[in-house]
Design a protein around this ligand. Structure first.
Ligand SMILES: [Zn+2]
Length: 319
């Protein structure tokens, strides 16, 4: 089982210290942990009123579908097609159209339905909106200022959307996050602001290599083209494939109001149960620095995130 943490508001105030205390209990070994924030933690004082969110602007919306790969049962490639940009209110209206909805809500049945109809479903998704819905003056666990080692990146003058500034994700039934590990093997953290739950699958970091070998065996052409093809964030496969290859995995259902943390080198994937709004960002710790140095990067795509690791050295080196 993924570990679950219930910090007090005071404990949340020093986020890097809190992560350290989670790791002291071994949370990182599993790769994923859930944080149930205390009731006093109010990331946003105002409600998630769509009439208000309408004013945020218009963002890229994509049609998403899962294309079956030839001869590989339960293995799908994500296909994205651009749509007209929409504001959050317009997006929600589309996401709640009958053809983008489902009738059931029991998480086990939702999961079965997700995999059963994976290749026939059409999804509409509005990911990577480079904004935050947390109040600027939020003191504890504010994704805009987590205060971790990754702040050195900002201080060195580099801002990368979604990496060191938070991104919002407007999802709907079936919208899919492919199997991936975070850029530079950083940590990531997600808060589900509002709406339906999200199902995550995670692989413990101890099985990182084994997972990559299985993925490469399933997709040999992709693996030959780019050794880091999972960094292209294109593939999702059924957990039955993991079972078949005896790779341990966790299933975490993130409900509205809950935080999920992925630790370095934890492969994860997931899907949304219905219209929802989540926010995510990467972060780092001292422990991550040697991991980041060893992390592999895809060399075939221009959009590859490549953080110069010397910025972390300077800080640690002698004066
Ligand atoms: Zn590549």
């Amino acid at each position: 089982m993924a570990m679950m943490f219930t910090p007090t508001i005071d404990e949340l105030r020093n986020f890097p210290e809190y992560v350290k205390s989670m790791e002291a209990k071994g949370a990182h070994l599993n790769g994923v942990a859930k944080i149930i924030p205390p009731q006093e933690w109010i990331p946003r004082r105002r409600f998630y009123n769509m009439n208000e969110l309408e004013g945020m602007g218009r963002f890229d919306v994509i049609d998403q579908s899962l294309e079956p790969t030839e001869g590989r049962r339960g293995l799908y490639a994500l296909v994205h097609k651009e749509r007209r940009p929409q504001n959050p209110k317009e997006y929600k209206k589309i996401a709640e159209q009958k053809r983008f909805r489902k009738k059931i809500s029991n998480p086990d049945e939702v999961e079965k339905l997700f995999w059963r109809n994976a290749n026939t479903r059409k999804m509409v998704y509005c990911p990577d909106v480079n904004q935050s819905l947390m109040d600027h003056d939020l003191e504890e666990c504010n994704f805009q200022k987590l205060g971790t080692t990754l702040d050195l990146l900002q201080e060195s003058g580099t801002t990368i959307a979604g990496v060191n500034t938070p991104n919002l994700y407007f999802g709907s039934w079936g919208t899919t996050t492919p199997w991936h590990c975070d850029d530079m093997d950083l940590y990531s953290i997600y808060y589900l602001h509002d709406g339906h739950a999200k199902t995550w699958y995670t692989i413990p970091p101890s099985h990182h290599q084994q997972f990559e070998s299985i993925a490469a065996a399933l997709l040999p052409e992709e693996a030959e083209y780019c050794h880091e093809f999972l960094r292209h964030k294109l593939y999702i496969f059924d957990p039955s494939i993991l079972k078949k290859h005896k790779i341990p995995f966790e299933k975490v259902i993130q409900e509205k109001g809950e935080i999920v943390v992925f630790f370095p080198r934890c492969y994860h994937a997931g899907f949304d149960h219905g219209f929802n709004i989540s926010e995510g960002i990467n972060f780092a710790s001292e422990r991550w620095i040697p991991i980041g140095k060893r992390s592999t990067r895809c060399k075939c795509q221009e959009s590859t995130v490549d953080i110069p690791m010397d910025i972390f050295e300077k800080k640690r080196g002698p004066e």
